[in-house]
Design a protein around this ligand. Sequence first.
Ligand SMILES: Cc1ncc(COP(=O)(O)O)c(C=O)c1O
Length: 384
Amino acid sequence: MRAAIAELSASRIREVANAGIGRSDVLAFWFGESDAPTPQAIKDAAVASIQRGETFYAHNLGLPELRAAIADYASSLHRPVTADRIAVTSAGVNALMLAQQVLLDAGDEVVAVVPVWPNLTAQPIIMGATVKRVSLHPDATGQWQLDLAELLAAITPATKMLVVNAPNNPTGWTLTRAEQQAILDHCRQTGTWILADEVYERLFYEGDATAAPSFLDIADPDDRLVVVHSFSKSFLMTGWRLGNLVGPAALIEQLGKLIEFNTSCAPVFVQRAGLAALELAPTSVPELQAHLKLCRDTLVGALRELPRVMVATPPGAMYAFLCVDGEGDSLALAKRLVVENGLGLAPGAAFGDEGEGWLRWCFASQDVARLRLGVARLAQALNT
Ligand SMILES: Cc1ncc(COP(=O)(O)O)c(C=O)c1O
């Protein structure tokens, strides 16, 4: 087996979840998904597709009508995007992997903004690339911030790709338009590709914006830019495995070949569900966003009442990232919370050494009272 694969570390979130296996009393906030099921209209579209007999292979890059609908959707949020710049993928993680397969050679240098969902830094390693980590820094309130000068200094002509996820899992940190412009300008100079993971773009809570700032708002169609989206988070479709990416048309054409060797295509009935999700989006996404904002404010407000806990209000995504004073080992703390208090949180160390000492709490809960109950369990744990 390749050493790069053998050396990949197992998920620390799973390690915590395993400590609570078989226990129905655990309040689990450890995984990055809502506890709400997929909306009925989306499920109905998939069932109708199967009933019609749509059970065959399809085009590598996705159904033309879904590519067109994704292009319209992206264009409604950002600068106009044409369908030839869209590839439909088997979820966001597959889109990220494909982008790296098409762009990275073994030995290439990747710069990654961290802490981050661990798949993003494991994927370049799988490709045989090296990863230079540039850390966000927590300020005195627990809000994580980018040192733009530090990031730009790390990206040189030797850097093949920048991997950046904003709104960010786990910190909720979000790039500003000015930072995106500076990064884009710099990467144009160094010839570096930007792989922007924007799967949380609609889960953004600042002002009345419909989406977080995106590289698609400022880039030209042939910039070295790939933006990854997912149906998982804003359409409550984690189990369906549907995503997409936007890139230069010439790259997407090549990507079609690569998809053939990975999954060949996304299942047609899942793509039909994706079409239904996009039709529903004008009402469903603002509703979800408003509910998650309520969840965020409820959770952060309650956590701030606790002694020893530092937590900032995240501008985007669906996680509170908190620090408990005096608790340096996040894995040990997360396991203790599961075993002794029935509270399931993700250890910050799961997102890299930079997240050590922190805990991630997914606040995408249908029932806000569940969040309050979780905070009561944390309070009990910290009192004992
Ligand atoms: C930052 C980020 N990117 C991508 C994904 C992938 O989502 P999916 O593969 O379900 O589309 C996730 C899932 O948690 C994520 O947090």
